[in-house]
Design a protein around this ligand. Structure first.
Ligand code: ZN
Length: 489
């Protein structure tokens, strides 16, 4: 009897292992391979122009009067002086003084246009950080081949990359079959409401329906994704939603020598603790599922086995994602308390306390559903919950089978031959979300190289890019435009 049971266990185990292995060995690569494109010679002036743009303090600040309007005005002369071909041949429209739409009319009006977009503003550099920069962040210095300054990666390399590519093609007498728009917002870092949102309103009024839009969001990564040994280009196909809720409470205050059992600060602190103890359920949404489909077959055996059996090992995968604050947001609607206010004086119990909780919503979640869920978890009617006005629903999921994805993928592989590609979910907010109003396929990718060395410099200290990496960005946009024109789509 015992022997029978043991053999049954062994048989089941063997069958289970065989099942895992069959799935692993039949987990086929989804990579398409293309021959490397001819390496276009990019002039050194391209690098100089990037340095010049870095020297303009186009800083987005939450406090509008402190914005350096002169810097944003200089941006206009920068565009005119450095890009004579564009100035002469391309239609430029200025939106809300500092944002721009450029239209390069194509010869074939039956083809839907494409839009390349980036933002010209950058986040501020706090005074206390200045001494940690090896070169001042707004001097536009080039040292040992590195272009150093705020915006080198986010997102001025993309702005200048697009401009250089188009200037290059125009100077060569290249004519575009498809209409190409390129648009630069000036306030992405504070929500994009006067930049990208107005740009899209304008395009919508003009009836522009692009084939696809390409904005920032992901990049080419190296040593960032565990289990992947080559460089990995991630193409954002959706982005998380964004909403903040203000919690406020009024309770009787008084002298701190005679405290009531419950105080405004105490009750609000308990509510925040409850939120921490009851996170939103973790799940694998479509963009993350696709990430596993694309990267899994390229991984080392152990990781490949797990992703090949993701149906069966879903819990294991989700748990692994939840272990780090870098991957957790990919599988969960995250909640973070960002403001807590109450009290003025050490011996007075305040009657009022307020807090703000910021949520990033997974595809499938909505601002309304999240608010309801938050209310249920807090479960205290004394706490008033308000939705703050600046919020966005999670984005549409762009199609990985569409023409746009196909040519972005192809262009990456032609310009960076050793790189593999994958779709993924963008966890931050980008201007790209506004374009979903006029386009189903908004992709989020800039061909900058992100490694363990420079990943923390974005929005931080010593942001920089090498001249040779920057030239590849220009090559990418040149090739992308050529590819967008070569297909019959
Ligand atoms: Zn950015």
């Amino acid at each position: 009897m015992l022997r029978k049971a043991v053999s049954l266990i062994i048989f089941t185990l063997a069958a289970f292992i065989a099942y895992l292995l069959i799935n692993t060995f039949s987990f086929k690569s989804k990579q398409h391979y293309y021959p490397a494109a001819e390496k276009v010679a990019i002039p050194e002036t391209a690098i100089q122009n990037l340095a010049t743009l870095l020297s303009l303090r186009t800083v987005s600040n939450d406090d509008p009067p402190s914005i350096d309007t002169a810097a944003f005005n200089r941006l206009d002369s920068f565009l005119t002086e450095k890009y004579p071909e564009i100035h002469e041949k391309i239609i430029k429209k200025t939106i809300n003084r500092y944002s721009y739409i450029f239209e390069w009319p194509g010869k074939d009006k039956s083809l839907p246009p494409i839009i390349l977009t980036a933002h010209t503003d950058v986040v501020p550099v706090p005074d206390e950080d200045l001494k940690s920069w090896k070169e001042p962040p707004f001097d536009g210095k080039i040292i040992n081949g590195m272009v150093i300054g705020r915006g080198a990666l986010d997102d001025k390399a993309s702005v200048v990359g697009i401009l250089e590519a188009i200037e290059y093609l125009l100077a060569k007498g290249y004519e575009s079959r498809r209409t190409i728009y390129f648009a630069f917002g000036h306030d992405e870092e504070i929500g994009g409401s006067r930049g990208a949102r107005s740009i899209v309103e304008h395009l919508k009024k003009e009836g522009v329906k692009p084939e696809f839009v390409l904005d920032e969001g992901y990049a080419i990564t190296e040593g960032i994704v565990p289990g992947i040994l080559t460089r990995l280009a991630m193409i954002g196909i959706a982005e998380k939603g964004f909403v903040s809720f203000r919690l406020s409470i009024e309770l009787e205050g008084g002298h701190s020598s005679m405290p009531n059992d419950e105080t405004a600060i105490g009750v609000l602190a308990e509510a925040i603790t409850r939120l921490k103890e009851h996170p939103f359920p973790a799940q694998i949404t479509e963009p993350v599922d696709q990430f596993m489909e694309y990267t899994g077959p390229e991984m080392r055996f152990a990781e490949k086995l797990v992703f090949a059996n993701k149906g069966l090992l879903k819990k294991v995968i989700i748990n692994a994602y939840l272990q780090s604050s870098a991957t957790m947001p990919l599988v969960r609607t995250s909640m973070a308390p960002t403001i807590f206010q109450g009290g003025m004086k050490e011996n007075v119990i305040p009657a009022r306390a307020r807090a703000v909780i910021n949520l990033r919503l997974l595809p499938g979640m909505t601002v309304e559903k999240a608010g309801k869920q938050l209310k249920e978890i807090i479960h205290d009617d004394r706490i008033k919950i308000e939705t703050l006005p600046f919020n966005s629903e999670p984005g549409k999921v762009a199609d990985t089978g569409a023409f746009g994805y196909e040519i972005i993928d192809k262009t990456i592989k032609e310009v960076f031959p050793e790189v593999i590609t994958t779709p993924n979910l963008v966890i931050g907010a980008t201007d790209g979300r506004y374009y979903e109003e006029i386009c189903d396929n908004v992709y989020r990718f800039v061909p900058i190289c992100i490694t363990q060395d420079n990943i923390n410099s974005i929005h931080s200290i010593n942001e920089q890019i090498s001249g040779s990496d920057f030239k590849n960005i220009v090559r990418f946009y040149i090739r992308l435009i050529q590819n967008a024109n070569s297909s019959n789509n």
